[in-house]
Design a protein around this ligand. Structure first.
Ligand code: ATP
Ligand code: PAF
Ligand code: BAL
Length: 285
């Protein structure tokens, strides 16, 4: 099966997209950092369904990593990624070098408040400014009609929705459900860092969220459900960054009658995993 075409410059990307647009095509974009797995492929499939042409970007964005984080070792495999995309219906891969995305002297950063405050930002204070800046640039470079993001990075999705609205970007942002391994672990490029022992413990994260969401649905007070989830996660050997019940849209305090979300970030063997689950029947104050 033939691999998708790859371009590395904004000029080439714009030329290709402009030609499709002249033909009246609707453009879909799937931004990624590569090391593709079935979660990414589910976004590609959604894009195939919602657009005539699909662009996948692959760029390990340095501005969303702190100096202490795993930028240098983040899994990179463009050749393997292109093989996975062969036959997936992708029209173009945009795989820029860092200098193309951040030319010498780049001095502009997009910062988001609201849903970007707290949770991931407490552990990764630089993170959402990096994501917001690169996603704004990708949207400006490609000018997609619609862009697809995973609910696995739930706060990131909320931040991207908010920045798109606040900056009046003419892009429809679509969130897609988390794709999981058969034992419930959310697929993530960083799962390859897990050794056999940590991998066997990792499904405890989603199992704890599932139990807590069901308990909240049955009327258990939010605080008690969160405390039980935290205890389960700690018992599985994780160091917890946060376990929180939040409003699914604002990520502020959960409100009865509105969709809620349980979110977790926890570390095992120094691998930081995140996950989340809906609490649609939330009724407690
Ligand atoms: N399991 C998954 N199901 C659905 N979407 C996913 C999943 N994992 C990642 N995505 C989405 O794919 C897009 C690109 O994510 P990214 O390249 O960072 O992959 P990742 O597996 O989340 O990597 P990382 O381990 O760095 O978090 C994001 O919109 C992300 O939410
Ligand atoms: C949205 C994104 C591609 C921006 O670099 C990244 O944060 C990711 O892969 O989720
Ligand atoms: N999956 C979001 C990108 C990151 O964690 O750096």
């Amino acid at each position: 099966m033939s691999r998708p075409d790859v371009v590395t410059t904004v000029a080439e990307l714009r030329t290709r997209v402009a030609a499709w647009r002249r033909d009246g095509a609707r453009i879909g974009m799937v931004p990624t950092m590569g090391a593709l797995h079935d979660g990414h492929l589910s976004l590609v499939e959604a894009a195939r369904g919602g657009a005539d042409r699909v662009v996948v970007s692959i760029f390990v964005n340095p501005t969303q990593f702190a100096p202490t984080e795993d930028l240098a070792t983040y899994p990179r495999d463009l050749d393997g990624d292109l093989a996975k995309l062969a036959g997936a219906g992708v029209d173009l891969v945009f795989a820029p070098e860092t200098g193309e995305m951040y030319p010498e002297g780049a001095a502009t950063t997009v910062t988001v408040g609201g849903p970007a405050v707290g949770l991931e930002s407490d552990a990764r204070p630089h993170f959402f400014a990096g994501v917001a800046t690169v996603v704004t640039k990708l949207f400006a470079q490609c000018l997609p009609d619609v862009a697809y993001f995973g609910e696995k990075d739930f706060q990131q999705l909320a931040v991207i929705r908010r920045l798109t609205r606040d900056l009046s970007l003419p892009v429809s942002v679509e969130g897609r459900p988390t794709v999981r391994e058969p034992d419930g672990l959310a697929m993530s490029s960083r799962n390859v860092y897990l050794n056999a022992d940590s991998r066997s413990r990792a499904p405890a994260l989603y199992a704890a969220l599932t139990r807590a969401a069901a308990a909240i649905g049955e009327g258990l007070p939010s605080e008690a459900a969160v405390a039980a989830a935290a205890a389960d996660i700690a018992a599985a050997g994780f160091a917890i960054d946060y376990v929180e019940h939040r409003d699914a849209e604002t990520l502020g305090r959960p409100e009865p009658g509105r969709p809620g979300r349980l979110l977790v970030a926890a570390r095992i063997q120094e691998v930081r995993l995140i996950d989340n689950i809906a609490t649609p029947n939330y009724r407690q104050l």
